[in-house]
Design a protein around this ligand. Structure first.
Ligand code: AMP
Length: 239
């Protein structure tokens, strides 16, 4: 696997590959890789000749400074995992490589920015579009792979690609879960034992909704599903 840290190096790699007529798949990540990320890479490897994975903890999409500081960065383990799954290129830039001082990004995300996750993380999706636009411009992927775990993010990226007429196909991949149903996530390692146990409420509530949505009214369904979050550890933001 080639590890590339600068935009210019990446651009010349991509030019050479595209010059040979090879198709390129992109899997954008923030690292601390788990089987969810690896499933996206597996899908890319099936669909394209070359797979580029990016690892970049993008500061502009964090509305919470502490979350940014605490974000796990096990880069050695990540490189090992990527090598094992035969990823072709890892793009691993520093913040200064991706952003100029005082840089502006005025893309209007629209309604998705103010509902559900957007309502509770102001500016998050604006930051996501800023970095994904840069990655798309640099890697020029034929296909980019995202997880359904962040479905709202997928819709935001889809809208941006559409608004700018970007020549990229977007694929939303299945959610990979732990044995008890919790979706794999880089942040899960920050949960202590009790919190980890409590987190399963999310999967239980969603499973309850999936099982009962045909028979129950939306109001009753939400009321019942909300009960799963009354375990003393969780504060429900939206359902
Ligand atoms: P992240 O590193 O958290 O920014 O995630 C990078 C990509 O991996 C995003 O497209 C996520 O939706 C996707 N992803 C994260 N966790 C999972 C999972 N458990 N299953 C499938 N895809 C995932």
């Amino acid at each position: 696997m080639k590890i590339v840290t600068t935009q210019s190096e990446l651009a010349s790699e991509i030019d050479a590959l595209k010059g040979q007529g090879l198709s390129v798949g992109l899997v954008p990540t923030m690292g601390a890789l788990h089987n969810g990320h690896l499933s996206l890479i597996a899908q890319s490897k099936k669909s394209t000749a070359i797979t580029v994975t990016s690892i970049f903890v993008n500061p502009t999409q964090f509305d919470n400074k502490e979350d940014l500081l605490k974000y796990p960065k096990p880069i050695k383990e990540d490189v090992k995992k990527l090598t094992e799954v035969a990823c072709d290129i890892l793009f691993l830039p520093e913040v200064g490589e991706m952003y100029q001082e005082g840089e502006k990004w005025d893309y209007e995300v629209g309604v998705l920015d103010s509902i559900l996750e957007g309502e509770f993380r102001p500016g998050h999706y604006k930051g996501v579009t800023q970095i994904v636009y840069k990655l798309f411009s640099l890697v020029k992927p034929d296909i980019a792979f995202f997880g359904q775990k962040d479905y709202q993010q997928f819709l935001v990226v889809k809208k941006m690609a559409n608004d700018f007429n970007l020549p990229v196909q977007l694929v939303a991949c299945d959610i990979i879960r732990e044995d008890d149903g919790l979706a794999m996530s880089s942040r899960n390692i920050r949960l202590n034992g009790e919190e980890r146990e409590a987190s399963i409420a999310l999967f239980k509530a969603l499973s309850y909704i999936k099982q009962n949505y045909k028979e129950m009214s939306i109001v009753d369904l939400l009321e019942e599903a909300k009960q799963y979050f009354n375990n003393g550890f969780l504060k429900l933001e939206y359902l």
